[in-house]
Every structure is written in structure tokens, then in C-alpha cells.
Design a protein around this ligand. Structure first.
Ligand code: PEP
Ligand code: MG
Length: 454
């Protein structure tokens, strides 16, 4: 019933995009919310979300961040404790929900909100035109993760040097239950490419499945969706849908610097199948006399341990690798990233995760294939010296995270960072790594990535 009401509230029973905007400030309180529900409710003007279940690194949290709407999760029994029209404050930064705030508390939060905005503005305007270069001269590319085209302003405002991850599946979630047409794919990707050319725009092919359900496309009856038809597996199984996207990508490619990235890769065969499909699609476009561009770099996301362990073989097949730590942590530690019950076990600084990153960077170096990192930890200032010490030079994150990360990059010395990384990888526990990061001067180090920044 709750689900049905939410779906109705989210405008799902009407045509996509239809559904009246809220005429007052609405915080949506629910047991859970899927990423597409957050997208629709956010588009209608919701100013906050409070949910009982779901992890801080879930796509539900990621899309609320993209919309710049605060979300708090893991709030026990909130649906029974709050009634319609109750005043609430959602503090996404500290993961706190205040019910029935007093006038003093409201004033305090209004001031806090103003101060946070001011310091974000000050930091971003001070940092925007400065190079992301370490004190000893290593250049670092700071790129943006984007879910929605409306984030383009933020990409520019916060000084990203391109888009390191466009999660194209949000176009499908936005239009669900209809599928986007080839033309609709072209319009969005062309918009990103033209806005940023000659900077790179990495478009990840549809990463549906797992928590991202598009009716009619993603199987609804899987017992373990995150181990089921996800990412590249799903698109290869639905070549009809995939071809539409790939045709659009090669057509849009002529408008800028496009790179195509495959999600959830676990085997070299998947990359080979993708290449065959790309060749087919390009031959088709050629025969049609379409305006398109063939020489587009292809990359693989490394987000499961199998991909880490065959990183060398993958690097022989692709032009670049991108480490998706959100899933890599989930699959390495066997901890559901959307389950707040095991949130304490979701440890980005677990030494096993660090070793995984190190293995991929080494494989990329040996094959001379660039390796980026696009999981949430890229936006964690405490982790940046460690990531640079592990050898990463391309970090992609929510655009808002860039100024703080740039500030840290500009204070790092690579020799020190490498020594720090050696000690972190050799540590026994995530807490030991956290202590090492704290001692290295990256104050406030913790291994829980905040629910949202800003
Ligand atoms: C990741 O897994 O780290 C990633 C960037 O992809 P997503 O968060 O969309 O699964
Ligand atoms: Mg992922």
C-alpha cells in the first residue's frame, strides 16, 4: 500500500513529467524510496527526504545529492512518528532529522544553512581557476559524476575538468515506464558534449538492475538483484535496447569528446561482445549515411573483485578503466550498500578494498591504460592523499565535492602520499587506516562517507 501511494504521489500513474509541483515545502517521509521515486518527487519540488531503510551510498542517496535535496536514512520507525504537516528539519550533512523544531532550532539551522552555502561559494570561487596540482607538480584530473543534465551548471561552477561518469540509466528512470528513444539519448549526450568540449565526457552505458528498476526492462522476480541481471549483463541480454543507446552515442560523438564506459564488467567476453555491437552499430550508421563518429574510446568499470583480478586482461581490451568503489566495496566485503543494518561494515578504508584499488592501478600502469576512480570516496577529502598515494590521477565525484578535494590535492606531496598508501595497505583494519589518515594531517578522517555534501 505504501508503495502504491508513493508511486501515485510520484506521478507514476500519469505520463512521465506530469504530476503537479508541490505548492509548499514538502519533506517526503517514507519507509524506503527508490531512485526513480526520489527523482520524480525532487523534480516536483520536494525539499527533503527522510527514510527508514537504505544506505548512504545507495542510488537513492546519490540521486538526491544530484538534485541538491538533503536526504537522511536509517531513521528508525519515522513513518509512525511523524504525521502530515508536522514541521521537520532534514540535515543531510550530519544525517539528522529534527521533529517539531523550536523557533531557536529553526533559527540555528537557517544560519547554519546560510553559512554552509557561503563557505561552499567562497571555496568554489577561490578554487575554480586554480590547477589541481600537488605541491611537487603532479597533475590530477578532477571530474564530475552526473546523473541529470541539469547538473551541467554545477559541473562548470565547481570547476570540473570534464564528466568522469554520466550515469545514463537515469534517463531511463526519468522516463520509465517508457524507454527513451534514440533521439532522446542523442539530445542529452549532445548537450553534455557540447557544453564541455574539448573536455571529456564519459558516458556509462545503462547500468540498470540491482536497485535501479525500469519496468519492462529489468526482471522483477530476482531473489538477489545485485547478483543478477545488472549493468552490461542486462544490456547485452537486451541488445534491442542497447543498440538504441549505442547508435545514439556514436551519433552524438561528433559533438565533442565522448568516451563510453561499460558497467559491472566481470569478464573479457563482455567487452568483446560490446565491441562487436559497437562495430555493428557503426556499420549500420555508415550504411545509412548518418552523421556519426567511430573513434570513441571504450572503457570498463572495475567494480567487482573478478574485474580487479583480471584487470590486466581487461586493460588489454579497453582504452581506460574506471574503478567504481561504491560497488567494489559492496562486492568485496559482501555488504549490501543499500542496507543500513550493515552500514558499519561498509568500510571504504578496509585494507582489502585498498589492495583491490592498488592492483587495478598497477595493472593499468603496466598496460599503459589510464585508471580513474569514480566512487563516492573520491569526494572524501580525508581519502584523497591515500588515493593519490595509490597512484590515482583521475578522480570523479559529485561536482560539489570538487573544490574541497582540489584544496587537498594542492597540499599533497606525492612522496609522502605514497608512503602513507604503503602503510595503509599494510594495515590490519579500517580503523587503523583511519588513524593513519588522521595522523597524516587529513583531519576528521572517518570511514563513513557522509550522506550528502552541501
Ligand atoms: C560505483 O559503483 O562506484 C559507481 C560509481 O557506480 P554506481 O554508484 O552508479 O553503482
Ligand atoms: Mg557501480
Amino acid at each position: 500500500m505504501t508503495r502504491y501511494l508513493l508511486r501515485a504521489l510520484a506521478g507514476k500513474r500519469s505520463s512521465p513529467g506530469i504530476g503537479k509541483n508541490f505548492d509548499h515545502s514538502v519533506v517526503v517521509v517514507s519507509h524506503e524510496l527508490t531512485p526513480d521515486e526520489v527523482l520524480r518527487l525532487g523534480r516536483r519540488g520536494a525539499v527533503g527526504f527522510a527514510i527508514e531503510v537504505g544506505g548512504a551510498n545507495s542510488h537513492t542517496a546519490i540521486v538526491s545529492r544530484a538534485l541538491d535535496v538533503p536526504l537522511v536514512t536509517g531513521i528508525v520507525d519515522i513513518t509512525n512518528r511523524v504525521a502530515d504537516d508536522d514541521p521537520v528539519i532534514v540535515d543531510g550533512e550530519d544525517g539528522r532529522l529534527t521533529l517539531h523544531p523550536t523557533t531557536e532550532t529553526l533559527d540555528r539551522y537557517r544560519n547554519l544553512q546560510r553559512r554552509r552555502r557561503q563557505s561552499e561559494e567562497a571555496l568554489s570561487s577561490a578554487a575554480r581557476d586554480l590547477p589541481a596540482r600537488t605541491v611537487d607538480g603532479a597533475e590530477v584530473e578532477l571530474l564530475a559524476n552526473v546523473e541529470l543534465p541539469e547538473e551541467l551548471d554545477d559541473v562548470r561552477r565547481f570547476g570540473a575538468s570534464g564528466i568522469g561518469l554520466y550515469r545514463s540509466e537515469f534517463l531511463v528512470l526519468d522516463k520509465s515506464p517508457e524507454l527513451p528513444s534514440e533521439e532522446e539519448h542523442v539530445i542529452v549526450v549532445r548537450q553534455l558534449l557540447e557544453a564541455l568540449a574539448p573536455q571529456p565526457v564519459v558516458v556509462r552505458t545503462l547500468d540498470l538492475g540491482g536497485g535501479k528498476v525500469a519496468r519492462g526492462l529489468v526482471p522483477q522476480d530476482e531473489e538477489n538483484p545485485v547478483l543478477g541481471q545488472r549493468g552490461i549483463r542486462l544490456t547485452l541480454a537486451r541488445a534491442d535496447v542497447f543498440r538504441t543507446q549505442l547508435r545514439a552515442l556514436f551519433r552524438a560523438a561528433s559533438f565533442g569528446n565522448l568516451r563510453i564506459l561499460a558497467p559491472m564488467v566481470t569478464a573479457v567476453e563482455e567487452i568483446r561482445a560490446l565491441r562487436r555491437l559497437c562495430n555493428d552499430v557503426c556499420a549500420e550508421l555508415e550504411a545509412e549515411g548518418a552523421h556519426y563518429r567511430r573513434d570513441v574510446q571504450l572503457g570498463a568499470m572495475v567494480e567487482v573483485p573478478a574485474a580487479v583480478l583480471i584487470a590486466r586482461q581487461l586493460a588489454e581490451e579497453v582504452d581506460f578503466l574506471s574503478i567504481g568503489t561504491n560497488d567494489l566495496i559492496q562486492y568485496t566485503l559482501a555488504v549490501d550498500r543499500t542496507n543500513e543494518q550493515v552500514a558499519a561494515l561498509y568500510q571504504p578504508l578496509h585494507p582489502a578494498v585498498l589492495s583491490m584499488i592498488q592492483l587495478v592501478v598497477e595493472a593499468g600502469r603496466r598496460q599503459q591504460v589510464p585508471v580513474a576512480l569514480c566512487g563516492e570516496i573520491a569526494a572524501s577529502p580525508e581519502c584523497v592523499p591515500l588515493l593519490l598515494g595509490l597512484g590515482l590521477r583521475q578522480l570523479s565525484m559529485s561536482p560539489r565535492g570538487i573544490p574541497r578535494v582540489k584544496e587537498v590535492v594542492r597540499s599533497v606531496d606525492i612522496c609522502d602520499a605514497e608512503e602513507l598508501a604503503r602503510r595503509c595497505v599494510a594495515a590490519a583494519t579500517a580503523d587503523e587506516v583511519s588513524d593513519l589518515l588522521g595522523a597524516s594531517g587529513a583531519t576528521g578522517a572517518h570511514h563513513r562517507v557522509p550522506v550528502r555534501v552541501g
